[in-house]
Every structure is written in structure tokens, then in C-alpha cells.
Design a protein around this ligand. Structure first.
Ligand SMILES: C[S@@+](CC[C@H](N)C(=O)[O-])C[C@H]1O[C@@H](n2cnc3c(N)ncnc32)[C@H](O)[C@@H]1O
Length: 281
């Protein structure tokens, strides 16, 4: 079993991450830090690109990153994949690719393991980590990210802005309590902040009297990204521009971007994102 089908953008996302990881290892090569690579939604090791009738199989991000050895590799690799079957496949693929004893794969919820990562990094300031969080949907909790505040972490994150959050925000504001709770858990903000940013409510009076008219912003995806990146800037000093992932109808699906406390990290991230955003146009 592999991950669900990905589009061409899946390859680009992995390419951006791989290039960033290489640059990271070059920069860290002459510094005396202990480096962890952490992937919280690691997959099975392989991804099918295309559709049932016409697809190719590529290496997932985990295989790509463990394959980087020049000028150095990470000291520890830690992969989290909730699905037991995928976890076993990934473990096997990584054993072949990097038969060393510094690669760990666990079948757990990423939100739980991020807590352990944060404590581990907090114990010693020489520990730094490159963290990749690549969920399909809104299964990452804000409280898990918040724990990374003040740590030597560069984070690459896939935000399901269009396929997750925006889909829950119904045009007529008829949003169930469960969905509001999910949105609040993901963004780490109160629903009022989301509501006032995305919706306009006005009272219109006609012949039959006053009625409330609700208008959803046509820029909802941009506004959601703004809410999330602003929130991330309460944890990290800087956030990069996003690599914009759209579907074949040009509808926004995801934002992929980097957060860090290091200006050079964000410069490299912005360069990578700009190159790949430009390639699409
Ligand atoms: C988009 S895929 C990851 C693809 C992977 N980055 C790659 O390059 O191959 C997301 C994965 O996260 C796993 N997953 C979903 N919820 C999770 C959670 N709460 N904790 C850990 N893994 C989870 C899914 O089983 C799925 O394999």
C-alpha cells in the first residue's frame, strides 16, 4: 500500500524540501550542532503520481532526505506515521536506503510525538531540528506547534488551507459546532477571528423589513493563510512566502512554507519557493 495519488505538485513539494535539507546540511556542516530530522506525517516511503490508469511511483520525502549524505547527514532521523501498515513499509524502505541505527520510525499520532520532540530539544541548546509536517488534512493541532517556541527548529509545513479549512467555511456560515472546534484547534484562534476575517454581515432592509445578509470573502484562502502565518509568527520569528499548490481547475489546495528563527533559513526558503511558483506560470 502506498500513499494516495499525488499530483505533480507532490514532486515539487518534495523537491523543495530536499533542496532545503541539502542547503541546511551545508550550512550546519561546520557548526557543532546535533541535528535531528523529524517528519511527522511520513507516509509509506513511496507515492503514486497520476491516476489509477496512468501513474508513476516516486520516492517519498523520507527516502529523499535520508539519501542526502554530502557534506554530512543528520545525526538522528525520526519518522512518525500513524498507519501501522505504512509505518512498516517505510521502515523497510529506509532500512535499505540507510542501514544505520540512527533512523527511528514510530506508528503514533504526530501531535503526541511533537511534545516529546520539543522536550528533547529543550534539554540541550546544541540540539537543532529540521521538522517537516505534511498532513493531508487538518489533523495537526496548533498546541503541538506552539511547543516549538524558542527552539532551534526550522519548520516546513503544508497547510491544507483550501482542501481543509476553506471547505469547512460554508458560504452561508452554517457551520457545525464540530467544524468550528476543528478550525479553532487547527488555527489556534477563536472562531470570532476567523468569522470577522472571512465574512461580512450586514442588515439589509427591504419592503418586508430587515434581514441579515452574509457574504463570504472571495479572498478566503489568502485570509486563512494570513491568520495561520500570523499565528506561526507568535512561535517563530519569521515565515517564508508560500509555495502555492493548486488543482487542475486552478483552485487553491495547499500552502507550503517555512517558519524559522533564522533569517538565512527564510532567505533560502523564499528563493526555493519563488523559483517553483514561477515555474508554474
Ligand atoms: C501527505 S501523506 C505524507 C506523505 C509523505 N510526506 C511523503 O512524502 O511520502 C500524510 C500521511 O500522514 C499520515 N497521518 C495522518 N494523520 C496522522 C497523524 N495524526 N499522525 C501521524 N501520521 C498521520 C497518513 O497516514 C499519511 O500517510
Amino acid at each position: 500500500m502506498q500513499n494516495e495519488f499525488g499530483g505533480i505538485w507532490t514532486e515539487t513539494k518534495i523537491e523543495i524540501l530536499e533542496k532545503y535539507a541539502s542547503a541546511y546540511l551545508y550550512i550546519m556542516n561546520n557548526q557543532n550542532f546535533h541535528l535531528t530530522y523529524f517528519d511527522g506525517f511520513a507516509g509509506s516511503g513511496e507515492i503514486k503520481i497520476g491516476n489509477v490508469k496512468d501513474f508513476k511511483v516516486i520516492e517519498g520525502a523520507a527516502q529523499k532526505v535520508v539519501g542526502i549524505a554530502i557534506p554530512r547527514s543528520f545525526d538522528i532521523y525520526y519518522f512518525v506515521e500513524k498507519d501501522e501498515e505504512k509505518k512498516l513499509l517505510l521502515e523497510l524502505a529506509l532500512k535499505i536506503k540507510r542501514p544505520t541505527n540512527n533512523v527511528f520510525v514510530v506508528a503514533e499520532d504526530c501531535n503526541d510525538v511533537l511534545k516529546r520532540l520539543a522536550s528533547y530539544l529543550r534539554e540541550n541548546s546544541f540540539r537543532k531540528a529540521l521538522v517537516f509536517l505534511d498532513p493531508f488534512g487538518m489533523n495537526l493541532d496548533w498546541t503541538s506547534i506552539e511547543l516549538l517556541k524558542g527552539l532551534g527548529v526550522d519548520l516546513w509545513i503544508l497547510s491544507p488551507t483550501g482542501v481543509g479549512a476553506n471547505r469547512l467555511l460554508k458560504r452561508d456560515l452554517n457551520i457545525s459546532e464540530a467544524w468550528w472546534q476543528r478550525l479553532e484547534k487547527f488555527f489556534g484562534v477563536n472562531r470570532e477571528i476567523i468569522k470577522t476575517s472571512i465574512y461580512d454581515e450586514e442588515v439589509v432592509t427591504d419592503l418586508f423589513g430587515p434581514r441579515k445578509v452574509i457574504t463570504k470573502s472571495t479572498k478566503a484562502n489568502d485570509k486563512l493563510f494570513e491568520i495561520y502565518s500570523k499565528k506561526l509568527m507568535t512561535v517563530f520569528e519569521l515565515v517564508s512566502e508560500p509555495y502555492i499548490i493548486v488543482n487542475s481547475n486552478n483552485s487553491l489546495m495547499y500552502h507550503f512554507f517555512c517558519a524559522s528563527n533564522n533569517a538565512s533559513a527564510i532567505k533560502i526558503a523564499n528563493d526555493l519557493v519563488r523559483i517553483h511558483n514561477k515555474k508554474k506560470t
